[in-house]
Design a protein. Structure first.
Length: 248
C-alpha cells in the first residue's frame, strides 16, 4: 500500500486515505505534516516489534537500495572509530586481512567489564611509547557511536584502506510530506497498522469513542504480525533431537 498516491488524497487506496477514513479528516483538518509525523511514529514502533521477533532472517527496509553494512578506513595504531550511519543494532564487525581478493576476518564482541579488574591497556598491553598495542584486531567494544578495536590495527597485519566493515540493523526509510509512491518496507498485510496508529492521536482529541476500536485493531495486528515473522523461515529445516534428562 502506497503512502500517498496523489497530492489531493482522493485515490482512496493509500495509507493517507485510510487515515482520513478512520478520522473523518482531510488535508485541512489533519495536515499532511501531522499525518507523516504520527505515521512515522507508528512505523518505527512496528519496526521495534519486528526486530524483537526476528530470527536468523534479519529484517531490513525493502526501500533501501544498499545492504545494511558500512566500510571505513583503518588507521595504523588507532583503536577508536566513529560509526556515522544511523543504526539500531550492530550485528558484526570485520577487518580486511587481504585485499586481493577481499578477505574479511570477523572480530569477537567484547565489553571492557569482561576484563575484570584489568583495564584494556593492562589486558592487551601497550607499545614502548605508551600507545595502544598494535597487531591483528581480535575484539571490538561498542561505546555509543564508537567502535574500539583491540589490539589497534597494524599495517603489517591488516589492509588499512576500506579495511573496516560493519554489519548493522537500521531503522526504516521514513516517510516525508512529499512521498507519493513509496510503500512501507514491511510485508503488505501490515501496512494498514501505520494508518491505525496515525489515527489514534487525532481521534483522541476529536473522536475519543473511536480510540478503543483503533487500539484493538493495533493490538490484534501486532499479534498477527509477530506470528508471521516467527514462522517465515520456511526454507530452514528444524530438526528435533533427544535431550538427556538427569534424575536426582
Amino acid at each position: 500500500m502506497q503512502f500517498k498516491t496523489d497530492a489531493s488524497e482522493t485515490n482512496g487506496q493509500d495509507i493517507v486515505s485510510m487515515i482520513n477514513d478512520f478520522c473523518d479528516s482531510n488535508s485541512t483538518s489533519y495536515p499532511i505534516a501531522s499525518k507523516v509525523r504520527n505515521a512515522n511514529t507508528g512505523y518505527e514502533k512496528l519496526i521495534g516489534k519486528i526486530l524483537e521477533a526476528d530470527g536468523d532472517w534479519q529484517w531490513d527496509d525493502t526501500n533501501y537500495t544498499d545492504l545494511p553494512r558500512g566500510t571505513g578506513t583503518l588507521v595504523e595504531g588507532q583503536e577508536t572509530y566513529s560509526f556515522a550511519s544511523e543504526y539500531l543494532n550492530i550485528q558484526m564487525v570485520e577487518v580486511l586481512v587481504d585485499s586481493s581478493p577481499d578477505v574479511f576476518r570477523k572480530l569477537k564482541p567484547l565489553d571492557s567489564l569482561d576484563l575484570g579488574e584489568l583495564s584494556p591497556d593492562e589486558y592487551f598491553g601497550q607499545e614502548s611509547n605508551g600507545d595502544p598495542k598494535k597487531g591483528m584486531p581480535e575484539y571490538y567494544d561498542k561505546v555509543g557511536d564508537t567502535i574500539i578495536l583491540y589490539p589497534a590495527p597494524a599495517a603489517t597485519s591488516v589492509t588499512l584502506a576500506s579495511g573496516l566493515r560493519v554489519w548493522f540493523q537500521r531503522t526504516a526509510d521514513l516517510f516525508t510530506t512529499t512521498d507519493t509512491s513509496q510503500e512501507p518496507g514491511i510485508p503488505s498485510p501490515y501496512h494498514h497498522l501505520i494508518a491505525v496508529w496515525a489515527s489514534i492521536p487525532f481521534n483522541m482529541k476529536y473522536n475519543p469513542e473511536r480510540v478503543p476500536w483503533l487500539e484493538k485493531k493495533w493490538d490484534e495486528g501486532i499479534v498477527n504480525m509477530l506470528k508471521f515473522f516467527g514462522k517465515r523461515e520456511k526454507d530452514k529445516r528444524h530438526i528435533m533431537t533427544n535431550k538427556e534428562i538427569n534424575y536426582f
